[in-house]
Ligand binder design. Structure first.
Ligand code: HEC
Ligand code: HEC
Ligand code: HEC
Ligand code: HEC
Length: 147
């Protein structure tokens, strides 16, 4: 074997060994327990406090709004996408008020003209020209906006 190849071979073996030692030292203990991730990460994520409770939870106390929304074009949007996380509110509705996003800018998030959005997916308005004097909710019911 030529001398330069021998040296390269030794260097290769040394580098691979260093890699294997570092991998051994730096891999977290529970890695690979269930799959290609840390097994302990599951417990850590499950320990985060719940914030969103789902639109079904709102039915108990706001059934008329849930019903109105389910019949209109906003049926696909969850209550909490507009009102924010409801976890605290359902425990204590009187003190834990939810946001009422009653501004033109809020509706504009989804309905302002945006070339990247398809007109078929969402109706868009020129917010600067479409009744600029009033709040959107003066004329559109946010839960049943066709009325
Ligand atoms: C598209 C955004 C949007 C969605 C989705 C939405 N809301 Fe609202 N909601 C609003 C806005 C904006 C107001 C404030 C209306 C106003 O002040 O005239 C409001 C007001 C309310 C109010 C206060 C009472 C009232 O009628 O003004 C309640 C209660 C409410 N929403 C519950 C819900 C529930 C329950 C859901 C799910 C079934 C829901 N909302 C879904 C935007 C939304
Ligand atoms: C246990 C009954 C209960 C549940 C469940 C409930 N609410 Fe309410 N909600 C109320 C009451 C009562 C009020 C009126 C509070 C007041 O005016 O003091 C209210 C008021 C509201 C308001 C007006 C702003 C405010 O906070 O006063 C919004 C918006 C609202 N609820 C949205 C929701 C959404 C969204 C859900 C589901 C995630 C939900 N609520 C679930 C009882 C409930
Ligand atoms: C999270 C995105 C989102 C927000 C926020 C939102 N909308 Fe919508 N809206 C939609 C989608 C999706 C539809 C159903 C597709 C469509 O018809 O454009 C819709 C439908 C509508 C329609 C009926 C359009 C039609 O062609 O019949 C009106 C009117 C409307 N929204 C008004 C509002 C108003 C007013 C607000 C603010 C209170 C608002 N929207 C907030 C997503 C949104
Ligand atoms: C003064 C009342 C008024 C205000 C304020 C208003 N709108 Fe409208 N909007 C209408 C009327 C009436 C129509 C139907 C005729 C038209 O297309 O202009 C309409 C149509 C729409 C449509 C298309 C729905 C369809 O069936 O074609 C959308 C989306 C919409 N508005 C969103 C908004 C948003 C978002 C705001 C606030 C930024 C807003 N509107 C403010 C009265 C209003």
């Amino acid at each position: 074997m030529p001398i330069q190849l021998k040296r390269l071979l030794i260097l290769g073996v040394v580098l691979v060994s260093i890699f294997l030692i570092l991998k051994y030292l730096m891999t977290p203990e529970s890695f690979g327990q269930y799959g290609h991730y840390r097994g302990k990460a599951l417990d850590e994520v499950a320990a985060y406090p719940t914030k969103y409770v789902g639109s079904e939870t709102c039915y108990d106390c706001h059934d008329s709004i849930v019903l109105a929304k389910s019949e209109g074009p906003h049926s696909g949007i969850g209550c909490e996408s507009c009102h924010g996380p409801g976890f605290k509110h359902i425990e204590d509705p009187e003190t834990e008020k939810l946001d009422k996003p009653n501004t033109r800018a809020f509706c504009a998030h989804c309905h302002a003209f945006n070339k990247a959005r398809s007109e078929k997916a969402i109706t868009q308005q020129n917010i600067l020209e479409h009744n600029p004097e009033d709040n959107c909710t003066e004329c559109h019911n946010p839960h049943q906006p066709q009325q």
